[in-house]
Design a binder for this molecule. Structure first.
Ligand code: UDX
Length: 436
C-alpha cells in the first residue's frame, strides 16, 4: 500500500515507521521542518524504544520518506491523520485546529478516490463534520476513523501488534473501500487473529475516549482506595492483588501511586467531559470530574506527606527526586505528576535535586528553576528525603545500602509503591508509600 502519515509527532512518527516496516510505502508529512530533518537523520524527537532503528532501516530500504511538502502525498491511496489535539488554553475542550488544517491540506492534494483516515483522538462528532466539509470540495474522497491505542514506551510494539483494530466508517453494514484498504494495511495483524471491529464514525471516536476514561477511572479508583487504606491501616497493594484476582476486575492499572499524567489521559477525560456538556449530556460524565480530582489530590498529598516527614516544614529541606517522566521508558513530562510534585516541593521552600534516566532535558525546559543532574548519586547527595516518583527499573531495586553513603536523612517517599518497605524499615529508615 502507498500511504501518507500527516503529523510526525508521537503517534505519527511511530505509525509511519511501523507501517513502512510492514512493507508499505510511506511518506511522513509535517509542517515542522526541524522535526522532518531530525526524522530524516534517524533521530526521533522523543525517546521511544525501537523507533530510531526502524527509522533508519525503513529509510535506507526506501520504504519511508519524510517531507514538509504535502504534494509528496499525491499518489497515496490512504492518508493517516495523526496530528495532536491538545487541551485548549484556559479551557477543557480539545483544540482541533491542527486536525482541521491537516484534513484541508490533504484534501487539496489527494488523488481521486483516496481515503482520509483520522487517528487523532477527537471529540465525538468531529469525523462526521469533517466528512461533510471534505465532501463539499472533494466528493470523491472518503473519511474514516481508525483510533490508535498505543502506549508510550511500547508504541512500536503496540502499533505492530495491536490488541484490536477499530474502523469507523460512514455505513458499517455496507462493504466499504475504506475498510477494504485498512484491511490491506493491517493484513499481518488480521492474519495473526487481531479482533477487527467495523463501526460507525461516532462509535470509533468514542471507543478511544471511553477506553482512556476507563483506564483513568481504574487508576483513580485504586488511589481512592489508597486514601481509605491510609485512614484505616489497610494495605492498598494487597487489596489490589486480592481484588485483581477477580477476572472481571483484573489486576492491571490498579497500581496506587502519585496518579496518572502524560499527553493523553488527563487531557482526554477533560475534553470528553467538555464534549458531553456541548451535547447536553453533562450528567453522564460528571464522574470524570471526580476521577480528575482524586488524581490531582495525589500530587498535593504527596507533597503534604513529605512535609510531615520533614517535621512540618519543607523550608531548608533537601529532597532528592528520582524520576520526572510521567512513566518509565518515556522522556515525556507533559502533565507529569512527578515533575509537578518536584515543583511544588520547591515552591514550599525545599531544595530539590532532580534526576531521571531520560527526561532531564525535557524537565529542565519545563521547570528550569529546579536543580537537575544526570547522576542518581548526585540527586540524593545530602538529601533529607529521597522521593521515588517514577518507577524506572533502576529505582525499583534501590536498597538502603545504595542510598546510605549519599543521604543526610534516612527518609524515603515511595510515590509508586515499588521499594522494599521491610528492607527500608528494618534498616532504620522512615518509609512512606501510598496507601500502605
Ligand atoms: C494511554 C493509554 O494507555 C493508551 O492506550 C492511549 O493510546 C494513550 O494513553 P500512555 O499515556 O502512554 O497511554 O500511558 P499509560 O501506560 O496508560 O499510563 C498513564 C499514566 O497512568 C502514567 O502516568 C502511569 O504512571 C499511570 N498509571 C498507570 C498509574 O498510576 N497506575 C497504574 O496502575 C497504571
Amino acid at each position: 500500500m502507498t500511504m501518507s502519515v500527516v503529523g510526525c509527532g508521537y503517534l505519527g512518527a511511530v505509525h509511519a515507521a511501523s507501517m513502512a516496516s510492514l512493507g508499505h510505502r510511506v511518506v511522513g508529512l509535517d509542517i515542522d521542518a526541524n522535526k522532518i530533518r531530525s526524522l530524516e537523520s534517524g533521530t526521533a524527537p522523543f525517546f521511544e524504544p525501537g523507533l530510531p532503528e526502524l527509522l533508519l532501516r525503513d529509510q535506507e530500504n526506501g520504504s519511508l520518506e519524510f517531507s514538509t511538502d504535502f504534494h509528496a502525498a499525491a499518489e497515496a491511496d490512504l492518508h493517516f491523520i495523526c496530528v495532536g489535539t491538545p487541551q485548549r488554553e484556559g479551557e477543557h475542550r480539545a483544540n482541533l485546529d491542527y486536525v482541521d488544517a491537516a484534513f484541508a491540506s490533504i484534501a487539496s492534494v489527494a488523488k481521486e478516490g483516496a481515503v482520509l483516515v483520522g487517528k487523532s483522538t477527537v471529540p465525538v462528532g468531529t469525523a462526521e463534520r469533517l466528512s461533510r466539509e471534505v465532501a463539499a470540495s472533494r466528493p470523491d474522497l472518503t473519511v474514516a476513523w481508525n483510533p490508535e491505542f498505543l502506549r508510550e514506551g511500547h508504541a512500536v510494539e503496540d502499533t505492530l501488534r495491536p490488541d484490536r483494530l477499530v474502523y469507523g466508517v460512514a455505513d458499517p453494514d455496507a462493504p466499504s473501500r475504506a475498510a477494504e484498504l485498512l484491511d490491506a494495511v493491517y493484513a499481518s495483524a488480521i492474519e495473526a487473529g487481531t479482533p477487527r471491529l467495523v463501526v460507525n464514525l461516532p462509535t470509533a471516536e468514542l471507543v478511544k475516549t471511553a477506553a482512556n476514561s476507563f483506564l483513568a477511572t481504574k487508576i483513580s479508583f485504586v488511589n481512592a482506595m489508597a486514601e481509605m487504606c491510609e485512614v484505616s491501616g489497610a494495605n492498598v497493594t494487597q487489596l489490589a492483588d486480592a481484588i485483581g484476582h477477580d477476572e472481571r476486575i483484573g489486576r492491571k492499572f490498579l497500581n496506587a501511586g502519585i496518579g496518572f499524567g502524560g499527553g493523553c489521559l488527563p487531557k482526554d477525560i477533560r475534553a470528553f467531559s467538555a464534549r458531553a456538556g456541548e451535547l447536553g449530556a453533562e450528567e453522564a460524565l460528571t464522574f470524570l470530574r471526580e476521577i480528575d480530582l482524586i488524581n490531582m489530590r495525589r500530587r498535593s498529598r504527596a507533597v503534604e506527606a513529605m512535609r510531615q516527614m520533614a517535621g512540618g516544614s519543607l523550608i531548608g529541606v533537601t529532597v532528592g527526586v528520582l524520576g520526572t517522566a510521567f512513566k518509565p521508558f518515556s522522556d515525556d513530562v507533559r502533565d507529569s505528576p512527578a515533575l509537578s510534585i518536584a515543583q511544588q516541593l520547591q515552591l514550599q521552600g525545599a531544595t530539590v535535586r532532580v534526576t531521571d534516566p531520560e527526561a532531564v532535558e525535557n524537565s529542565r525546559r519545563r521547570f528550569p528553576e529546579l536543580s537537575y543532574t544526570d547522576s542518581m548519586e548526585a540527586a540524593v547527595s545530602d538529601a533529607d528525603i529521597v522521593a521515588v516518583l517514577t518507577e524506572w527499573t533502576e529505582y525499583r531495586s534501590l536498597t538502603p545500602a545504595d542510598l546510605e553513603p549519599h543521604v543526610r536523612g534516612r527518609r524515603v517517599f515511595d510515590g509508586r509503591n515499588v521499594l522494599d518497605r521491610e528492607a527500608f524499615a528494618s534498616a532504620g529508615w522512615t518509609y512512606q508509600g501510598v496507601g500502605r
